[in-house]
Design a protein around this ligand. Structure first.
Ligand code: NAD
Length: 514
């Protein structure tokens, strides 16, 4: 099945509950607009608590009574491969929709985001083949027995994603949970829900999943999302978003002792070592920082540079960043699109003002690009600050916009100390030609992903997640799959005779002979 242009533009999108598209209670809707132009793109259902109740009940029923949790892993893998094939068949439409909806340049959505989503779904299909059975080491105390672990799906999963990287985030939240036999109530962000809706529509029209396995609700996080995560019939929460909301979700989950994985914010360092190949490293650091206009959780927002080459590196970073073209996300020549919203631009501009107040030196950007084409959208120039103190708010707080803080260091130990001196621990990159040294640095960084001579390379076979306030648990890879399972230890006792059993020695008196 292939999406028609009319499916993706200016249409009404309902809720997807128990295998059917439906209106929200009382027909409530909200409008989704294109960040670059401010023009409305679609009307989307605004779910009520009763709608969430229906979605959770459908997922509960599909889990408790449906075939999905017991479907053989190979069959689930086949279905996930089919979903990946649907993504491939609709890649062009999805890339354009992601660009319109999230303001992400078409270059990025065409060459990375959508193909990456497809690649990830194939990878999750492969990981789905993992048998739910795990052997255990031999253990003959207290009794001779055969032991193994059976991996059960967790149950009903509330899957919530942010607006950035929306398509890939959707794949992250659907693939592993489905692969392991869970049922889902999925909530995308109200700011960019359209590629999530398009993917669920593709899955539905291809008839790939039993009724109730995948449900989708839309609406504001504080209302719909909060009610969903607190729902007593939800077993597991998979949340990606800000650290602030992650804290709230943990608190909501606590009284129920719900299983939670949280993928939260970051303030990741790009650490340049003195021997780095500067032609590559400068481009890589700029990619790490300004891809998606800096609106990525693992963006390399703090750049640590040896004092000996600091002036040269700053000059080259500024010169190369100046060449980035800001503009219409649908133009393939555009490198940087708008931010997601005017509110987000206000936040970024507050941080730029704060950076100046804190004494950092603005060496590039800091304002809005000039020209009629930039008037409607929340565009911000790529911005670089030098002389940044790592304890300043500019260096410590997640800005989620195109603002790079460059800091000098004298010795490697100092660079590692600065890199780790943050409440976050999501990612880092190390730039060097000396792989031995780069590995040493990588192992000293307290972060979930460390790339050597790259940034933003998401690998679905690798665990992704954060230390410290960047999150709890991991997504993707075997570790990510296991987050969607509950292990049961099964003990098959080999002791046949009653007097060889544990109870004989440990508790019960000998049986009196008749
Ligand atoms: P956000 O926390 O405001 O919202 C994320 C999602 O949670 C949205 O769907 C929102 O509607 C919902 N939500 C909001 N309040 C809620 C509540 N009280 N209860 C339940 N749900 C609620 O984040 P955002 O602004 O959409 O996204 C940007 C943030 O996401 C950044 O902090 C970024 O670092 C983070 N992020 C992290 C990762 C990662 O993998 N670690 C990936 C992408 C984005």
């Amino acid at each position: 099945m292939v999406l028609e242009a009319t499916d993706v533009d200016l249409t009404y999108h309902g809720l997807f509950i128990n295998g059917a598209w439906c209106e929200a209670e009382k027909g409530r809707t909200f409008t989704v607009s294109e960040p670059a132009t401010g023009l409305p793109l679609a009307r989307v259902a605004h779910a009520s608590r009763a709608d969430v109740d229906r979605a959770v009940a459908a997922a509960r029923h599909a889990f408790d009574h449906g075939p999905w949790p017991h479907t053989p892993p190979d069959e689930r893998a086949r279905i996930l491969h089919e979903i990946a094939t649907l993504i491939e068949a609709n890649a062009h439409e999805l890339a354009e929709l992601e660009s319109r909806d999230g303001g992400v340049p078409l270059r990025a959505t065409t060459f990375n985001d959508i193909p990456l989503g497809m690649h990830m779904m194939h990878a999750f299909a492969e990981l789905a083949r993992r048998p739910p059975y795990e052997p255990m080491p031999w253990n003959d105390f207290p009794t001779l027995s055969w032991n193994f672990v059976w991996r059960n799906p967790c149950g009903v999963c509330a899957q919530i994603i942010p607006w950035n990287y929306a398509f890939c985030m959707t794949v992250w939240k659907l693939g592993p949970a489905l692969a392991t036999g869970n049922t889902i109530v999925f909530k995308p962000s109200s700011l960019a829900p359209l590629t999530s809706l398009a993917l669920v529509k593709l899955i539905d029209e291809a008839g790939l999943l039993p009724k109730g396995v995948l449900n989708l609700v839309t609406g504001p996080g504080a209302e719909v999302g909060e009610y969903l995560v607190g729902h007593p019939q939800v077993d597991k929460i998979g949340f990606t978003g800000s650290t602030e909301v992650g804290r709230k979700i943990m608190a909501i989950a606590a009284p129920h002792i719900k299983k939670v994985t949280l993928e939260l914010g970051g303030k990741s360092p790009s650490i340049l070592l003195p021997d780095a190949d500067l032609d590559k490293a400068i481009d890589g650091i700029i990619f790490g920082m300004f891809y998606h206009a800096g609106q990525l959780c693992e963006a390399g927002t703090r750049c640590l540079v040896p004092s000996s080459i600091y002036a040269e590196v700053v000059e080259r970073l500024v010169a190369r960043t100046r060449q980035l073209r800001i503009g219409d996300p649908l133009d393939l020549a555009t490198d940087i699109g708008p931010l997601i919203s005017h509110k987000q631009r206000e936040t970024v501009e507050r941080y730029i003002a704060l950076g100046r107040e804190e004494g950092a030196k603005l060496v590039l950007g800091g304002g809005r690009p000039l020209g009629a084409e930039y008037e409607a959208g929340p565009f911000v120039e790529p911005t670089i600050f030098t002389n940044v103190n790592n304890r300043s708010r500019l260096a410590q707080e997640e800005i989620f916009g195109p603002v790079l803080a460059v800091m000098p260091y004298d010795e490697l130990g100092e660079a590692i100390k600065i890199a780790n001196d943050t409440m976050y621990g999501l990612a880092a990159s190390v730039w060097s030609q000396d792989i031995q040294l780069a590995l040493e640095v990588a192992r000293s960084i307290r972060a979930g992903t460390v790339s050597i001579n790259e940034h933003h390379v998401l690998n679905p076979y690798a665990p992704f997640g954060g230390f410290k306030a960047s999150g709890v648990g991991r997504e993707m890879g075997v570790a990510g799959m296991l987050e969607y399972t509950e292990p049961t230890h099964i003990h098959v006792d080999f002791q046949q005779k009653r007097e060889d059993k544990l109870w004989w020695d440990a508790l019960l008196p000998p049986v009196e002979e008749a």
